[in-house]
Design a protein around this ligand. Structure first.
Ligand SMILES: C[S@@+](CC[C@H](N)C(=O)[O-])C[C@H]1O[C@@H](n2cnc3c(N)ncnc32)[C@H](O)[C@@H]1O
Length: 263
């Protein structure tokens, strides 16, 4: 296991994200959204890799509700990996779940190690979508599936001023790319049956519900636990994110691609 200690998401941010998005989740939509992007893919008995497992909510859901043989969740943040281990223990899912801290870069697995590679809203942090697509193709068994969701750019070149303001406010290491870039990268890697489903309309509505929670039902508890300044900053981020969503600059998207049985 690597001793990588990259930590972009601090304790306060994780507490707020889990309050909005549910235990184990650092991305929107919860288990229902996971089921949507995996819809129609048979996970029964499969060996699954989750890239950017965060707090482990996706992995626990796969273990509890999809009859997978095992899930390996990888992340570059050792503190998150510890939280994933605690989640697996809490729900007695340690036999199916394994979490590893990795260095950013090539995936540390042999060719054809997994039947399914998944990722929820983490590939935004990985700059080279072409190299990643090739690496996912390499570690998938023939006939295997890549199925994920991610934050995509609704622009090819430069973001709008509002989108840039949102990215700056987040202050995270974002490397957004358009659907064209993802599709080209997956195709060049050798994938077929590439599917791209835009979720912008859904999340435009959902983000407003989340903002209402931040300013309403969750506000008092979050302010007393995390501080008013922190909460106000997060509400400002949500406002900027909603502008970027409304402009179509920020596009949550489901991605899937199939590794052919024979080359
Ligand atoms: C927005 S969180 C999503 C976490 C989780 N998939 C979820 O939906 O709750 C993005 C995660 O990607 C991780 N990450 C960033 N760069 C990575 C890389 N190169 N390899 C693996 N994980 C990475 C971050 O540490 C973080 O946990």
């Amino acid at each position: 296991m690597s001793e990588a200690t990259i930590q972009e998401y601090d304790e306060n941010l994780m507490a707020l994200l889990e309050a909005i998005w549910g235990e184990g989740f650092m991305s929107p939509g919860g288990t229902a959204e996971v089921d949507r992007y995996l819809d129609g893919i048979d996970l029964n008995g499969q060996s699954v890799l989750d890239i950017g497992c965060g707090l482990g909510g996706v992995d626990l859901h796969l273990a509890q509700h999809h009859d997978v043989a095992r899930v390996i969740g990888i992340d570059i943040d050792q503190a998150l990996i510890q939280r994933c281990d605690q989640l697996a223990e809490k729900y007695q899912a340690t036999e199916q779940l394994e979490f590893r801290c990795v260095e950013p870069g090539p995936l540390p697995f042999k060719a054809a190690s997994f039947g399914i590679v998944t990722s929820k809203d983490s590939i935004i942090h990985i700059t080279d979508k072409q190299a990643l697509s090739q690496d996912i193709f390499r570690i998938l068994e023939p006939g295997g599936w890549f199925a994920a969701s991610d934050w995509l750019a609704g622009y090819e070149d430069q973001p709008s001023a509002e989108m840039q303001a949102y990215i700056d406010a987040e202050g995270l290491d974002f490397n957004l790319a358009s659907a064209t870039i993802y599709a080209d990268a997956l195709q060049a890697a050798g994938f077929v049956d590439i599917g791209i489903v835009d979720r912008n309309q859904w999340y435009r509505q959902q983000a407003r519900v989340e903002r209402e929670q931040l300013t309403g039902a969750l506000s008092e508890g979050l302010a007393s636990n995390l501080g008013t300044d922190f909460l106000d900053h997060q509400i400002d981020i949500w406002n900027k994110m909603i502008s970027a969503l409304d402009q179509g600059q920020l596009r949550p998207t489901h991605l899937r691609a199939h590794k052919p049985l024979s080359p």
